[in-house]
Design a protein around this ligand. Structure first.
Ligand code: S3P
Length: 444
């Protein structure tokens, strides 16, 4: 099945007079994908509250169904009827992942332990993204790539007799780590992933919650995560907390609109995800985590952000994994900070939904801001005002689109984007939620 591309929807944002209120952002994208997939690999029923109903996650739900595990909305919750590790079925049609690297790469690990053949496809953006990083370890475990090479479309043949491995990830990627651990659930023995830099740990936490035997050990600066094979997972109730990567757009707007005061309730504050908030604080913004609590094995809090005078900072490379999706919007905040902001260690940004290093710098420059890339470092020279007036190429990338709509909320002239369509992949309520707080947007 192929979809005719829809025409682009240009949009723009204007300077906001005020930005205040309390909101909830949609459920975390990483946890939503995992809840559906782990539900399919569990026996019995998994009930998910607060699932992100963005296009990326809805594609994962469809794929889970195609693999023989019903995943449906029942009233306000989502229900997955799992088939158990090794119990998924041969799909009748291609598996389509749309724009989602997480959906596709994690599903490679899910499929790996089954004697089935699947063809995986994605949109034009996903079809350029590197898959070898996941395929290499899975091939060592026994998966066969029948058709295709390093990018989608690809056909894979899984195996019910996977070999357990010890694998050190060459890039800091939670998707690679997760794919290997998910394959490891079906292998005949223990599979270990070693990370040089810790990445988001939702797979580890949630697999444990579903009953897998999984352990994490630190060896100096490295982390080794081991999962026991032939795992038996049991269906669970999962509550998905608010997505800190979506909340970052609300927080960023609050950081730049004069007098802003916003609270985002019920946000995931797992420390593998909060680097953006640490950085905002270092820039001088007033950021507080209130009512800290735990839900379903993850820490959450209400995040209050109040505008303050911002100063440029150096963001160290070690922080990159904990805010990897937030650099485009941080660069837009940096445009309003006095002095230079240096963001280091950003090689992975080049292989996201777009080349986010290039797209972010081009968007800033189009709006009169001095910005450049030096190797893997992005440098933004900020000031008290932003000229605006540019139109930003979003390259099918939701986070580039949202970051520049935020930039416009403080700019002298409106900031345009060439297409708002892809915002629906991760934050379908972006426009209405932001407008409710005082954001000024219009279709052009
Ligand atoms: C994700 C991991 C990150 C992140 C993506 C979600 C995940 O990707 O950018 O939005 O859910 O595991 P990488 O693993 O490629 O860094």
């Amino acid at each position: 099945m192929s979809h005719a591309p829809t025409p682009p929807r240009p949009f723009r944002s204007h300077r906001a007079k005020a930005f205040a209120g309390t909101v909830r952002v949609p459920g975390d994208k990483s946890i939503s994908h995992r809840a559906l997939m782990f539900g399919a690999l569990a026996s019995g029923r998994t009930v998910i509250t607060g699932l992100l109903e963005g296009e990326d996650v809805l594609n994962t739900a469809k794929v889970v169904e195609q693999l023989g595990s019903p995943a449906r909305k029942v009233g306000d919750v989502w229900e997955v009827l799992g088939r158990g590790v090794g119990g998924l079925a041969q799909p009748a049609a291609d598996l389509e992942f749309g724009n989602s690297g997480t959906g596709c790469r994690l599903m490679m690990g899910v499929v790996a332990g089954h004697d089935i053949t699947v063809k995986m496809t994605g949109d034009a953006s996903l079809s350029t993204r590197p898959m070898r990083r996941v395929l290499d370890p899975l091939k060592t475990m026994g998966v066969k790539v029948l058709d295709g090479r390093d990018t989608l479309p690809l056909s894979l043949r899984g195996s019910s007799r996977l070999i357990p491995i010890v694998y050190e990830t060459p890039v800091p990627s939670a998707q690679v780590k997760s794919a290997v651990l998910l394959a490891g659930l079906a292998a005949s023995g223990a599979t270990t992933v070693v990370e040089k830099e810790a990445t988001r740990d939702h797979t580890e936490r949630m697999l444990r919650y579903f009953g897998a035997e999984i352990s994490t050990e630190r060896h100096g600066s490295k982390t080794a995560i081991t999962v026991k094979g032939h795992a038996e997972l049991a269906g669970q109730n999962v509550t998905v907390p608010g997505d800190p990567s979506s909340a970052a757009f609300v927080a960023a707007a609050a950081a730049i609109v004069p007098g802003a005061d916003v609270t985002i309730a019920g946000v995931l504050v797992n420390e593998t995800r909060t680097g953006f908030y640490t950085t905002l604080r270092e820039m001088g913004c007033d950021v507080a985590f209130l009512n800290a609590r735990e839900e379903g094995g993850e820490p959450i809090a209400d995040i209050r952000v109040r505008q303050a005078k911002l100063t440029g900072v150096r963001v160290p490379p070690q922080r990159a994994p904990s805010m990897i999706d937030e650099y485009p919007v941080l660069a837009c905040v940096a445009a309003y900070a006095s002095g230079e902001t240096r963001m280091e260690g950003l090689a992975e940004l080049k292989v996201k939904e777009s080349d986010r290093l290039a797209a972010t710098v081009a968007g800033l420059v189009a709006n009169g801001i001095s910005a450049r890339v030096d190797g893997d470092t992005m440098i933004v020279a900020g000031g008290s005002s932003v000229r605006g007036g540019g139109v930003v190429a979003t390259h099918m990338d939701h986070r580039i689109a949202m970051a520049f709509l935020i930039l416009g909320l403080g700019a002298d002239a409106p900031v345009g984007i060439d297409d708002i369509t892809f915002v629906a992949t991760s934050f379908p309520t972006f426009q209405s939620l932001m407008t409710g707080l005082g954001g000024q947007f219009e279709a052009v």
